[in-house]
Design a protein around this ligand. Sequence first.
Ligand SMILES: Cc1cc2nc3c(=O)[nH]c(=O)nc-3n(C[C@H](O)[C@H](O)[C@H](O)COP(=O)(O)OP(=O)(O)OC[C@H]3O[C@@H](n4cnc5c(N)ncnc54)[C@H](O)[C@@H]3O)c2cc1C
Length: 372
Amino acid sequence: MPEEVFDVAIVGAGPAGSTAATVLGRKGYSIALIDRAQFPRPVACAGWVSSKVEGLLGDLGLSANGVLEQPFRDVTFYNADFTKTAKPRVETTVGYVVERSRFDNALVKAAEQHGATAFLGSGAADIRLQESSVVVTLADRRKVTGRLLMLASGRGSDLLDRVGFPRYPGTNPLWTAQVEAPLAPPTGPAEPRVTIVLGLDSGPSFGLCCLTANRAVVNVNWAGDRDRAIPMLVELCKAALREKVIPVDLTKAARTATLIRSPASAALDMDSHVAKHTLLIGDAGGFISAASNEGIYPAMWSAKLAAKAIDAALQSDVSQDQLMSFDTLWRTQMADHLRSPHTDIRFLLPLIFQNQPMADRMAAAFFYGENL
Ligand SMILES: Cc1cc2nc3c(=O)[nH]c(=O)nc-3n(C[C@H](O)[C@H](O)[C@H](O)COP(=O)(O)OP(=O)(O)OC[C@H]3O[C@@H](n4cnc5c(N)ncnc54)[C@H](O)[C@@H]3O)c2cc1C
């Protein structure tokens, strides 16, 4: 089979992989962007992104208008039994609700516009780290060679252990499950409403309901025993309907929802995100916020920083040393964003519902990764 050689081979064309491909493509490097899926592809996701993503899109040469869909400002916190509410004061757009398959597809298109060659619809079946290159063999037997490799193949990817990374990094996963239903307009609100149910286990577990003009979503983010995650999602759906947070009954769907292990803040537990010729980014590297289980923005942010290290490596004779700079880069810039709030949430929970500044700070911690 013919072999193609690129400066960088990127496996996974989700937000992490396509961001890295765009940043490096804009610098003139030849990029292979590989994904087993054809795009647009479906993604299980509530679809909220914080407004911080606007700056990152600018770095990719993308206008926020073209990619971000529904801005939201309406945020409500509930306590676990829905008896108390708090509304953070919001002066500007908190974030956006996007339709993930469209969002991800727009990022892949941007990467292609900036010169990346997309290999879609055939997964990476094997990865060989050679002396001065990396060879990725696709399921259809094509071979793609990169001087360097970026692994952006998402959570629990079986490619991780092949290059010496843990497949499930981190010791404190969140268990995530989600149900959703389409809504016929005008059932949903004109502007999205995001509701967060705090302290489900009297601690860091939380539920999230997202109601837009055409979709209702409920998800659970459970830090405790995995067997209790689905029952908790069912309870959340019942309460969300009862309290009119969402207008549809999702309890039946919740009983059979898929439970997904989320490597929340697992990046912080890993010794390194660098292997021979290789960097690990996005969910694959555990770049997910502990407080909110937010992964889209951290995936893109980790990709941007990794692209900086790759750029330095490709211009240097000692490329492995330059790659190592990624570990310092992301730790200095992203660690605070990914880490759980320093304060034990159990002590703060009552205050959030009594004290407006605490509700405001909780919103800043959840949506912007600030400390409480
Ligand atoms: C239920 C749920 C709800 C969520 N809601 C939100 C939310 O509202 N907001 C938010 O910020 N985050 C949310 N997240 C997290 C978010 O979806 C992820 O953090 C984000 O998708 C990470 O991007 P990524 O590019 O690292 O990985 P992914 O988006 O998972 O992309 C990885 C890509 O790699 C490809 N791939 C995998 N293996 C191979 C292979 N062998 N060869 C080739 N390609 C391969 C896959 O097809 C995929 O396209 C949610 C997660 C879940 C599970």
